[in-house]
Design a protein around this ligand. Structure first.
Ligand code: SF4
Length: 474
């Protein structure tokens, strides 16, 4: 019987997608995917180090996994992702039962690391590479599936050259590198051919795609394109219904990209525009390279190009040096742009970043940062609900994801990426189908829709991974 693996994934969509690539690689290597740790012979933890909590979680997971490993001879544990990239050998030395560590540039090596571990070898492969080889992966294994049928991620670039004061990504993911467009288009076409109708392009600063080649006049040699042109090429793929990208950086919204939002049929009316702060003083300290006024102007330009566009954002409160006035500027920005949703966090220092070196008297007291976070989140909740209420009575299409948390209901996303729950869905539906609904109710977290019709167009049901069983309402 084939050995079974299981992957635990922490962190961002990039990590989720890395785990999908890893799944495909291990299936190609002849292993089988298991549903949980218990049935697994090989356990891989794909880590994240954006916040301290995630790093601590890895160490506590590894401590607990001693017993897991001892429970069956021959079990293997590997750790990858951002913490692994940063800590490398150190994690291997600290946890004697850990078999291998792999960095963010070394996914391709994992099948070989598993084989070496099964032969009793412990190793860490965290070397960085500028090579395009990392994009050179075998086609997605037919058994790899996806978390949400009908949807897939496609990596277009990796790494980041921005070095924001609070962020460890340029260290853990390395410098920016853009994948040649031919490989992206080939992967996208193959996914659509296999039944995918919604693609999300991924990159740490996704809209920086190809920028260094454009600046140096070497796009032809590198095989890249300006980002907006890449979107235009992808938009033409027959059968594709939705195109998204994440996470962009505000300074790379050039006029071409803004125009693309008004012109491309399948590009969704949602942009995640990470503002981080609304204070020019803090933005400068964060090394974000834009002002609040510039961000407001780009947001307005996007809305002019596509009036139904929804903007969401990331915000940090309590960055070193943030005063009450700076925080008030963030609240003003949130109101002025009218963000529909926000991921907001208290600043936490990451060793190796510029902000972590701030003088003690510049640090914001945790209680004050907490108070600011709560005020910011209360404002955002009101804005989200107001937007949701404005949608009541509108018709929309949702891409079905699965069962809702509410019994008897199904859940999907509309083009604006809002969650829509549907109460009167028919008994059997397939995740990946499209439903026409009318929004009948707004809640702070989601919309409630009433079914108008199901439109499976573009989805090949034989390629969908699972059928939803709708539970009767209790
Ligand atoms: S742009 Fe800034 S926040 Fe985003 S990944 Fe790069 S360094 Fe981190």
């Amino acid at each position: 019987m084939a050995r079974r693996f299981h992957i635990r994934t922490y962190g961002c969509q990039m990590n989720v997608h890395d785990s999908q690539k890893l799944t495909s690689l291990l299936l190609h290597a002849g292993l089988e995917e298991g549903p949980d740790d218990e049935t697994a012979d090989v356990l891989v933890i794909n880590t994240c180090s954006i916040r301290e909590k995630a790093e601590n979680r890895l160490y506590s997971d590894l401590g607990e996994l001693r017993a897991w490993k001892q429970a069956r001879p021959g079990r293997v544990i590997g750790v990858g992702g951002c913490v692994a990239q940063q800590e490398g050998d150190t994690v291997l030395r600290r946890f004697g039962h850990l078999d291998f560590v792999f960095g963010t540039h070394n996914l391709r090596l994992v099948p070989a690391l598993v084989a070496a571990a099964e032969g009793g070898e412990r190793s860490a492969r965290t070397e960085e590479s500028r090579s395009l080889e990392r994009f050179d992966l075998p086609r997605r294994h037919p058994d790899a599936g996806s978390d949400t049928p009908g949807r897939a991620f496609v990596t277009v670039m990796e790494g980041c050259d921005m070095f924001c004061s609070f962020c460890i990504v340029p260290t853990t993911r390395g410098r920016e590198i853009s994948r040649p467009a031919a490989g992206i288009l080939e992967e996208a076409r193959a996914l659509v051919e296999a039944g995918v109708t919604e693609l999300t392009l991924l990159g740490q600063t996704v809209n920086a795609y190809g920028r260094h080649d454009v600046r140096r006049g070497r796009t032809a040699a590198a095989g890249t394109l300006p980002f907006a042109e890449l979107l235009r090429e992808l938009d033409r793929i027959p059968g594709l219904r939705r195109l998204r990208y994440t996470s962009p950086h505000p300074i790379f919204f050039d006029d071409e990209l803004v125009r693309a939002h008004g012109e491309l049929e399948h590009l969704c009316p949602h942009v995640h525009l990470p503002a981080q702060s609304g204070s020019d003083r803090v933005l400068e300290r964060m090394r974000r390279r834009y002002t609040a006024a510039q961000l407001i102007e780009r947001a307005a330009a996007l809305r002019r190009a596509r009036p139904d566009l929804v903007l969401t954002t990331d915000l940090i409160v309590g960055h070193p040096g943030e005063s009450d006035a700076d925080f008030e500027a963030t609240l003003r920005l949130v109101r002025e742009v009218g963000f529909v949703d926000a991921y907001s966090f208290k600043y936490s220092p990451r060793p190796g970043t510029a902000a972590a070196e701030a003088a003690p008297d510049e640090r914001v007291e945790p209680a004050l940062a907490q108070e600011r976070l709560e005020r910011l989140q209360a404002l955002q909740r009101d804005q989200t609900l107001a937007y949701h209420r404005s949608r009541v009575g509108q018709k929309t299409t949702l891409h079905l994801e699965g069962e809702s948390r509410r019994p008897g209901q199904v859940r999907g996303r509309d083009p604006q990426h809002r969650v829509v729950n549907v109460a009167d869905a028919p008994g059997r539906l397939q995740a990946g189908e499209y439903l026409e609904v009318e929004i009948v109710e707004a809640t702070p977290h989601s919309l409630i829709g009433a079914l108008i019709g199901a439109t499976p167009g573009g989805v090949r049901p034989d390629r969908l991974d699972r059928t939803l069983q709708i539970l009767p309402a209790s």
